[in-house]
Design a protein around this ligand. Structure first.
Ligand SMILES: NC(=O)c1ccc[n+]([C@@H]2O[C@H](COP(=O)([O-])OP(=O)(O)OC[C@H]3O[C@@H](n4cnc5c(N)ncnc54)[C@H](O)[C@@H]3O)[C@@H](O)[C@H]2O)c1
Ligand SMILES: [Zn+2]
Length: 462
């Protein structure tokens, strides 16, 4: 722009400037422009003072709308919130020479250099079982890198996933003291630990960055990938929580080798969810390699050419398909979510029988029932239904539960209806690896599906 010229701010789409003499209200929209540290309102389409040099101004994506009525002014603030977080596959995360745990969340290498010049502090929360297995390695890592640290080991279980534990963490963070801009809180554990720490970090000083290090398969492919955190409240699953993504998630598959076989199945439940909704290739991989993945606990085995790297492919596809669905809908404003598959009835069931079913197991029981709903609705062929249930069995997941009764299902669907804007919004498979959202599944179909499901799957549940 030549100096001294006038330049104008182009009205953006949806900008309005109307005078409505009928209702005697006057509307304007302002852009926000910063010049030398001060923000200024400039009416959309107006000329900008020539004294403001283009290279000195910052135009915010935020806007302020103003409506003048007889009773006064009403302002409307529109401000997009931008999140950027990383999900990084990494090997040997706890090798003292690997700087990922300390600086992997920082994008700018120059920033890292600045941090490295001062003593770093890190507050780490670990699940007690994980601490027993990996605590000494974590200590050695920080000691070798001259980091001042505190490890808080907590029993993070579905029963203790509560606000009390969040407050315990907050008190300890407060006592320890961290620089909330440069010293992220680190959570190392399963989905419960990551969810509790995520909520604590989102509350501390209104939002403190945090790092997720998942140590179970379920948290590796699911709880680590999105923005949500939360705790149980009033016997309801994840009733309190927030949408606050971590600064970064570091995915080191080697943690998974110490989890029991049942927990591998548990995680496979969430991988299967993504396969059934979005990816036939992933479904076929689980069909053919499910047992192998259980036997090898998702550790890559070189030299077994017939299996390729099934663990890497399965986890990567699960995460990729999950991110595709989450990234455009991080705040879950769109209620039509395929990733809700298996999560319609399961919250009610999981809480009812706690601690008998793990999260992924409850999700699978929900998916098994919905497979029958889909079949009875004419969306799924008989062979596809059989293959789905068979694959669940290969993954050693429960396909039926006696507490998953028709009244419980109806209650859960009622809740769904209430919280989904008066629509059912039920994700249902329409084939292997394809799905759509349906609102019109009638009660008769549900009842028929329940009866057939019970008939076929009840005896498979033992
Ligand atoms: N935020 C989200 O988007 C999201 C998504 C999915 C699930 N979740 C939540 O995740 C939770 C379930 O997570 P989970 O299945 O990881 O359960 P979990 O966190 O309870 O962990 C399961 C068990 O494994 C142990 N453990 C963890 N890592 C281990 C390791 N490497 N070796 C040996 N033992 C280990 C733990 O001590 C625990 O006993 C649920 O509360 C669910 O609501 C959250
Ligand atoms: Zn889940």
């Amino acid at each position: 722009m030549p100096a001294g010229d006038l330049y104008t701010v182009t009205p953006i789409r949806g900008a309005t400037k109307t005078e409505n003499s009928g209702s005697r209200s006057k509307q304007k929209e302002y852009l926000l422009i910063q010049v030398k540290n001060t923000w200024n309102c400039v009416e959309s389409g107006q000329e900008i003072p020539t004294t403001w040099k283009e290279d000195q101004v910052i135009v915010s994506p935020a806007k302020i709308g103003e409506t003048l009525t007889e009773s006064g002014v009403s302002w409307t603030v529109k401000t997009p919130i931008y999140f950027c977080y990383k999900v990084i596959e990494i090997q040997n995360l706890l090798d003292p020479n690997n700087m990922t745990l300390l600086y992997g969340h920082v994008s700018d290498p120059q920033e890292v250099e600045v941090y490295q010049k001062k003593i770093q502090k890190r507050f780490v929360v670990m699940d007690t079982n994980v601490e027993k297995l990996y605590g000494s390695k974590v200590r050695k890592y920080f000691e070798a890198n001259d980091v001042t640290f505190k490890i808080l080991a907590l029993e993070t279980t579905e029963e203790t996933k509560s606000m009390e534990l969040v407050l315990t963490i907050l008190e300890e963070i407060h006592k320890f003291g961290i620089d909330r801009r440069t010293e992220p809180v680190i959570a190392i554990g399963g989905g419960v630990c990551l969810d509790i720490v995520g909520l604590a970090a989102s509350l501390y000083r209104r939002r403190t960055p945090y790092i997720r290090v998942p140590t179970t398969l379920l948290s590796y492919v699911d709880a680590s990938v999105g923005a949500k955190n939360g705790v149980n409240f009033c016997n309801c699953k994840n009733k309190l929580g927030s949408y606050t993504p971590p600064a970064a998630t570091f995915l080191d598959r080697s943690f998974i080798k110490t989890i029991p076989r049942r927990q591998i199945s548990n995680g496979l439940g969430e991988i299967l969810k993504m396969a059934l909704m979005k990816h036939k290739g992933l479904f076929e991989l689980l069909e053919s390699h499910g047992k192998y993945l259980l036997d090898t606990k998702f550790q890559s085995r070189n030299g077994l050419a017939s299996h390729g790297d099934a663990a890497l492919t399965a986890t990567r596809l699960a995460i990729q398909t999950m991110l595709e669905e989450l990234a455009p809908n991080l705040w879950e404003d769109d209620l039509e979510r395929l990733v809700d598959y298996g999560h319609v009835i399961s919250p009610e069931l999981e809480m009812k029988v706690l601690p008998a079913l793990m999260h992924g197991e409850a999700v699978n029981i929900d998916m098994a029932f919905m497979t029958y709903v889909s079949f009875e609705s004419g969306l799924l062929a008989s062979e596809e239904k059989t293959r789905t249930i068979q694959c669940m069995r290969t993954l050693e997941l429960p396909v039926w539960h006696k507490e998953c009764t028709l009244p419980l299902i109806k209650r859960a669907l009622g809740e769904r209806f209430k919280h989904s804007g008066g629509k059912l919004r039920l994700p249902l498979p329409t084939g292997l690896g394809t799905a759509e959202i349906f609102n019109d599944v009638n009660e008769e179909t549900m009842k028929r599906a329940f009866e057939k499901w019970t008939e076929d799957c009840q005896e498979l549940s033992t």
